[in-house]
Design a binder for this molecule. Structure first.
Ligand SMILES: [Ca+2]
Ligand SMILES: [Ca+2]
Ligand SMILES: [Ca+2]
Ligand SMILES: [Ca+2]
Length: 141
């Protein structure tokens, strides 16, 4: 893998996996229970997380809102992410206004999904999720 590819993949992966970390117990993303996470399940899960973080419901998630959310998770011992909220937003903030809109979040989630779906069958298997997680953990040291 070329270095440039590695960076392109690592960032969205970290944001996806923060989703898993923030959700605590295995996130209920696999809503039809077939053991795979489809693109639509992933998108729905990502939207749900976005809505949870958007505390003032203005349709954007700011770094402060993300921080507040993380602190709640962290105090519950469920989040171990070290990446700052500002950096996480930056990785998806395509218009550069410093806040994450739901469209930006959805586009970022799609990129995450594509990066994790290494066999490109449109579903994330447990092993694909695990591989993504392992990659993140080794990077997050
Ligand atoms: Ca499923
Ligand atoms: Ca907001
Ligand atoms: Ca933005
Ligand atoms: Ca797959």
């Amino acid at each position: 893998m070329k270095i440039s590819e590695k960076i392109g993949v690592a960032l969205p992966m970290a944001t996806l996996l923060s989703f898993a970390a923030m959700a605590g117990d295995p996130p209920k993303v696999d809503t039809n229970g077939d053991g795979m996470i489809s693109a639509s399940e992933h998108a729905a899960g990502s939207q749900k997380m976005f809505d949870t973080m958007d505390a003032n419901k203005d349709g954007n998630v700011s770094a402060a809102e993300m921080d507040a959310h993380h602190q709640t998770r962290m105090s519950q011992g469920k989040s171990t992410m070290s990446m700052s909220s500002a950096d996480k937003i930056k990785s998806k903030d395509t218009n550069g206004d410093g806040v994450l809109s739901s469209a930006e979040n959805a586009a970022g989630a799609q990129r995450n999904f594509d990066a994790m779906d290494t066999d490109h069958d449109g579903n994330l298997s447990a092993s694909e999720v695990k591989a993504g997680h392992d990659a993140m953990v080794s990077k997050d040291k």
